[in-house]
Design a protein around this ligand. Structure first.
Ligand code: ZN
Length: 291
């Protein structure tokens, strides 16, 4: 319930710049606006991050109405619907935030592990920026087909082929320059680590489980030091980037629309969760509380 878009039903007495009926999305971090990071515009680094998230620390969006502080309201323009505008939060915002935070240039070879909503959006963002040397990895065929359509040069089904071997074979035995793991699984993160070349970088995006001890024991010396590897975690995006995220959404609209595979009414929220976790065909599953 931390990815919320909707229309304004009622305003607090001191709210300025919004009116009833405005379409909005909600930034989920109630950033303080004053700390070292917020002063630099890095609201997603805010010192309050771990104690002030919508749905973790106050009521989230699986409801007909949700209360949101004004500073978290992100206006959706006329031509962007509430449904599509929802993608401007985690779905496009997270990979866009990652793209802006990391130095990605056209000459880089890039692996994207996980072709769910965030991985696929990442591939589309790279494509919109004319970055084509992209290897997409997943275990579901229809998601790999979309990855191809969105601009991946190579798609790899990890149940049929070894992504590490394949990427090395295609890069003089070295590996790719960068690997992003959006799948949040240990297996994918391990493969991501082994599929980058010496001096390359690995980026886990979003929540990840702990690495198994057999990997952490060899991690520092054999992987990080001997291979000059960089590892950097990435999460969410600065609130000030939202307008740019909307621009990306507009440019890739026809592709991004395909990510919304299911919409359920609030009464069927259990089914929505089952669909998201169990149906391989599902990508972005939305819950619509009214109408
Ligand atoms: Zn702050």
């Amino acid at each position: 319930g931390h990815e919320v878009s909707g229309t304004i039903d009622e305003l607090g007495s001191e709210v300025k710049g919004f009116k009833q009926g405005d379409k909005v999305a909600a930034y989920c971090i109630n950033y303080c606006g004053k700390c070292y990071y917020c002063r630099k515009g890095l609201t997603h680094y805010c010192v309050d991050f771990d104690k002030n998230i919508m749905s973790d620390h106050w009521d989230g969006g699986y409801a007909e109405y949700v209360k949101v502080p004004q500073k978290l309201l992100l206006k959706l323009p006329e031509d962007v619907s509430v449904k599509l505008g929802n993608l401007s939060l985690d779905t496009i915002g997270v990979p866009y935030g990652a793209f802006m935070e990391v130095d990605i240039t056209k000459d880089k070879s890039i692996a994207i592990y996980g072709c769910g909503p965030i991985g696929l959006s990442f591939i589309k963002i790279l494509n919109l920026r004319d970055i084509y040397d992209v290897y997409a990895v997943d275990i579901v065929e229809n998601k790999l087909q979309l990855a191809k359509e969105f601009g991946a040069k190579v798609t790899i089904n990890a149940t049929k082929e070894d992504p590490v071997k394949l990427m090395r074979d295609m890069t003089e035995g070295l590996g790719v320059d960068m690997a992003f793991d959006t799948s949040n699984t240990v297996d994918a993160l391990k493969s991501a680590i082994y599929s980058v070349r010496k001096g390359g970088n690995v980026y886990p995006i979003g929540e990840h489980p702990s690495l198994p001890s057999d990997l952490s024991e060899i991690f520092i010396s054999d992987i990080l030091v001997h291979r000059h590897l960089g590892v950097r975690g990435l999460m969410y995006f600065p609130v000030g980037e939202h307008q740019h995220i909307i621009d990306v959404l507009r440019k890739g609209k026809e592709s991004f629309e395909k990510l919304i595979t299911h919409v359920f009414p609030l009464e069927k929220i259990d089914k929505a969760f089952h669909t998201f976790f169990e149906d391989d065909e599902s990508i972005r599953v939305l819950v619509k509380p009214r109408g």
